[in-house]
Design a protein. Structure first.
Length: 93
């Protein structure tokens, strides 16, 4: 959602998880609100092969072999901690 907010209509951003929970972590609502975003319409979605197949770029956060792969797609793999660090640096700018 943060990327969708920053990119505007320039790119299409989808979010999904390899093991989505039943709800979005409450702290994420607060962090997104601090950035002027309303996440009330967001909900956990499964990461499917079809979503990855349609993507030009995939960001994964520690899902390992559980993440579908599409040959030729650019992939950034990290951990929740590395993603949180990136978010913190982005917020400082």
């Amino acid at each position: 959602m943060l990327l969708r907010h920053r990119a505007g209509d320039g790119i299409r951003v989808l979010t999904a998880g390899s093991e989505p929970g039943s709800e979005i972590t409450p702290v994420l609502f607060r962090l997104l609100a601090e950035q002027g975003m309303n996440a009330d319409e967001e909900f956990p979605k499964p990461l499917t092969h079809e979503v990855v197949t349609a993507a030009d770029f995939v960001v994964t956060l520690g899902c390992g072999d559980a993440c579908p792969v599409r040959p030729g797609a650019a992939i950034w793999t990290g951990t929740r901690r590395s993603w949180a660090a990136w978010i913190s640096k982005a917020r400082e700018r």
